[in-house]
Design a protein around this ligand. Sequence first.
Ligand code: UD1
Length: 417
Amino acid sequence: MSIIRINGGKRLIGSVSVHGAKNSVLPIMAASLLACGETIIHNCPDLSDVEAAIRILVHLGCTVSRDRDSVCIDSRHLSRSDIPHELMREMRSSVIFLGAILSRLGEAVLSMPGGCELGPRPIDLHLSALRAMGAEITEEGGNITCKAPSLTGCRINLSFPSVGATENAMLAASGCSGTTVITNAACEPEIWDLQCYLKKLGVNVYGAGTSIITVDGRGKMTDNQHRVIPDRIVAATYLACAASAGGSIELTGVNPEHVTTVTEVLAEMGCRIATGTDTIQITADGPRKAVRPIITKPYPGFPTDAQPPIMAVSLTAEGTTVFVENIFENRFRHVAELQRLGADIKTEGRVAIVSGVKKLYGAPITSTDLRGGAALVVAALGAEGTTEITDRGHIDRGYDNIVGVLRSLGADIKRYD
Ligand code: UD1
């Protein structure tokens, strides 16, 4: 557990290099099981979720080493096909290993990932995709056992464009004989990044970034290297920090196209945004204004992961901002904590209505989940007085050294473990 203490009201000035995307690196680490050789992943952030993924790979028999932001995974010799409960519960998204283990070893036993802080997180779409390819799946005693001595390519129509189910289907299909066509696939940039990595393994896969992805059988797996794309949610969060605290910061090593929906909202709020090829500059002076309803949707819609940090910016905007959360049913847990800072927010089911207040005031608060925790940091930076955020490891799951980064921008922020 740690406490992050923030004395708000310090303008942020300077430059931040945005680290690699957590949501890219995790499926790519799972995909490295298909390489039967050595994968070096560059731009790999130092996050507790990445550490949890490394522990899973080592448990399965991989040799893993890390040199700064490069992680080297040797998956030649796998000794097991199971992921026990202790490792599964460390990271909600560890179900992403299912398709890769099954594809490589013909069987996989995982403990059920269970619910999570964002509400129930079912995996029915993952399982029905694998069943369609010929996997026999039994769910018993909290374990999922999948068996498929050989998987066969097929047509998979996802009833919702789930990111994780799309990735699991792509991973399983990469070891299949025949062609798999995934329709209503998720279009997130991280899916495209996974496709780029799979191509390096010799998998004939195309269509990522659109709703139809085709995976054409098994490739010739080889040693390879891959640089993951920048983390668009981390980028959105630092932009939100500047919008809340005021000041002017530049993000480098970012893909501005991946955060357009967020930068558009911040511009509408009154921030000045300037983008370059791989930079975004934000200048936040003067009052912010409420904006049109912010409705979370699958990519390219407004990302659910950016909803909490942007809500934190809206708390002191002039007027009323409506948030509609369409992806996760329990994604307003940060609201009660933001209210402790003086925010005026009313929630009804999937809708939150924020009426801007003149000021927020520092108070002791507790992070409830990864992006909710980030929202508390964003709000505290703009609040008057001292905020102490108690964090049980949520924020470190997705932000590499957030305290150091914000301090380098001039924030008065400290962490006590
Ligand atoms: C991924 C991201 C997460 C992001 C989310 C939505 C990773 C590691 N995590 O999570 O940061 O917030 O996408 O952009 O990439 N669902 C089902 N059945 C399933 C699978 C999903 O009903 O089998 C539902 C979920 O409960 C949720 C919605 O679909 O309501 C979206 O989930 P999904 O896109 O799968 O998110 P994740 O892959 O878990």
